[in-house]
Ligand binder design. Structure first.
Ligand SMILES: [Zn+2]
Length: 233
């Protein structure tokens, strides 16, 4: 019977179950599932914390022991920070980071994950950098997180938007980008539609096409001024 299910990353979950088998043994199993493969909506998985080898199996003598083992596995997964993320066809990237309740070093955990997926981000063209240019230490990303705010989008899940090809070492561009995001989100909210076209805060033309679902918004300027978003509102 299923004991508990736990979402361990935006696109992964672990199921913990136990059952009575012959010889009066109890079998405890934990199985990791990738919820969707390769692509989720328009984003592709950048990083996952678990795979088939994370699955576990135990034989125990009593039901009480089996339940105890299930709880132990559950707590283990609960205490592991995790992240998943993706990039969209429009060339933007984001990360969702799960941070357990008992962890207070949020910046540190997020910076570690960014460092972890940096190679893939560079490979996909988000970071127009040579591998060894910068960003090879956690401190760099912790500093950047002060400029790129993250947001708790659901309990213990933090969204960090990472896109900005070439902006990373340009403070003026970063500030301008965030100001533009605020403006365009205001327009989207005023528009009161799930999709549509609003004035692009970057070039001033009414050519910014967006779609907004739940707390998420994606969009880009059809005037090709380069402004795009992939964010949480
Ligand atoms: Zn524009």
């Amino acid at each position: 019977m299923k004991y508990k299910e736990l979402k361990i990353a935006e696109n992964q979950k672990v199921e913990i179950e136990y059952s009575k088998i012959k010889n009066d043994d109890f079998l405890v199993k934990s199985t990791v599932f990738n919820v969707g493969h390769g692509k989720i909506n328009d984003t592709e998985i950048l990083h996952s914390i678990a795979n088939d080898s994370s699955n576990e199996e135990y034989h125990l003598k009593t039901e009480e022991e089996a339940i105890k083992k299930c709880e132990e596995i559950y707590r283990k997964w609960q205490d592991i920070p995790s992240c998943s993320g993706g990039y969209s066809n429009e060339g933007t990237a984001d990360l969702i980071v799960y941070i357990p309740n008992n962890r207070k070093d949020i910046d540190d955990i997020i910076a570690n994950f960014i460092l972890d997926v940096k190679g893939q981000m560079a490979y996909k063209g988000y970071l127009k950098i040579k591998e060894d240019d910068y960003g090879n230490d956690k401190q760099y990303w912790k500093e950047l997180l002060k400029k790129i705010p993250y947001k708790e989008v659901s309990t213990n899940h933090f969204a960090v938007n990472l896109w900005i090809p070439g902006y990373l070492n340009n403070e003026v561009e970063i500030s301008k980008y965030f100001l533009n995001i605020d403006k365009v989100i205001k327009s989207i909210n005023e528009n009161k539609k799930g999709w549509g076209r609003v004035i692009c805060p970057n070039c001033g033309e009414e050519k910014f096409e967006y779609s907004a679902q739940n707390d998420r918004a994606d969009g880009l300027c059809r005037n090709n001024c380069g402004f795009r978003i992939h964010t949480y509102i």
